[in-house]
Design a protein around this ligand. Structure first.
Ligand SMILES: NC(=O)c1ccc[n+]([C@@H]2O[C@H](COP(=O)([O-])OP(=O)(O)OC[C@H]3O[C@@H](n4cnc5c(N)ncnc54)[C@H](OP(=O)(O)O)[C@@H]3O)[C@@H](O)[C@H]2O)c1
Length: 288
């Protein structure tokens, strides 16, 4: 398969690059320099010229404006990168006959559901980032109904700012930690998600799919697990105390959903197996 990865220098894009280095696929790894998806040219034609020339079988779009709090004050930028550009990209993929795998987020939901969210549950984003990603999903499917939208959540991995590395650093400095205990989701290692995205690109399903590591926890549970596992692996000298707190104690510009656990049944039916449990993936990440 000839594959283009957009946003290839981001955290998820780099995980895809590492996976693809070991695969039989022909991969074109494009960052902003190779293809700026929000290039302000006239119409979609000049923007996606490199894609038309490359003629890939599939495109995986990891490019996005991912600053959740920043999107509250830079809404136009978020809409451009997360909604308008993916819609134009979908139109270009339609034209060249490439399958599109577009990455989206759990933040399209408002978190009021008690159980895991299904792909068919109504979206109701609480923040500007979620609204822009939601609009992007709709735009992609409007221009290319055969596209696959992969919603994922709580990513961490090499080469990007993320919660796991932040907690590790603070724990290594011996700092005690206060972490919110009223937001529940599924921590997901970019390495595992990258493998799933390649499977989706090969199987070419249409519509929305939820893909995360299995199981769920709160940010507090995750922080405690990082500290316990890092100490067991000798990555930090001693365990530091982790205290659960309410989100209200850490006011942030963007509101986050209380529950954004995603039901992965459709992905499991497609590939025959779930991604491994989040804690197993975390231990593997801490070992690398
Ligand atoms: N991180 C999470 O917890 C999380 C959770 C759920 C879903 N997601 C989704 O997962 C995907 C990947 O996220 P990530 O964590 O890997 O984010 P990331 O590290 O911020 O990577 C995003 C990449 O997109 C690039 N980009 C931004 N605007 C671009 C443009 N106009 N043209 C080309 N490239 C552009 C960025 O390049 P620059 O550095 O040059 O700006 C960056 O390399 C996104 O769709 C995100 O919404 C992430």
């Amino acid at each position: 398969m000839r594959l283009v990865v957009l946003g290839a220098r981001g955290m998820l894009g780099q995980a895809l690059a590492w996976r693809l280095a070991d695969s039989p696929h022909e991969a074109l790894l494009w960052g902003r320099q190779e293809l700026n998806i929000t290039f302000p040219g006239p119409g979609a034609a000049p923007r996606f010229k490199p894609l038309r020339e490359a003629k890939p079988d599939a495109v995986i779009n990891c490019a996005a404006m991912t600053d959740v709090d920043g999107a509250e004050t830079h809404l136009a930028e978020a809409i451009e990168a997360n909604a308008r550009a993916p819609s134009a990209l979908a139109a270009a993929c339609q034209e060249i006959g490439a399958h599109l795998v577009h990455v989206s987020t759990d933040y399209v939901f408002d978190g009021t559901k008690t159980g895991p969210y299904l792909e068919t549950d109504p979206t109701a984003p609480l923040n500007a980032y979620g609204r822009s990603k939601c609009e992007g999903e709709q735009g992609v499917l409007k221009h290319l109904p055969t596209a696959a939208i992969v919603r994922t959540a709580w990513l961490y991995g090499r080469g990007g700012r993320n919660f796991v590395d932040t907690i590790l650093k603070k724990a290594a400095e011996g700092a005690s930690l206060r972490v919110v205990d009223d937001q529940r989701g599924s921590p997901t290692w970019t390495h595992d998600l990258a493998g799933a995205l390649l499977a989706v690109a090969q199987k070419r399903p249409s519509g929305i799919l939820h893909v995360t590591n299995s199981g769920h926890c709160t940010w507090f549970d995750l922080a405690r697990a990082i500290v316990e596992e890092a100490q067991a692996l000798g990555r930090i000298p001693a365990q530091v105390p982790v205290t659960p707190v309410a989100s209200a104690e850490f006011p942030r510009p963007a509101k986050r959903p209380a529950n954004s656990v995603l039901d992965n049944s459709r992905f499991i039916a497609l590939t025959g197996k779930p991604l491994r449990p989040w804690r197993e993936a975390l231990v593997e990440y801490l070992k690398t």
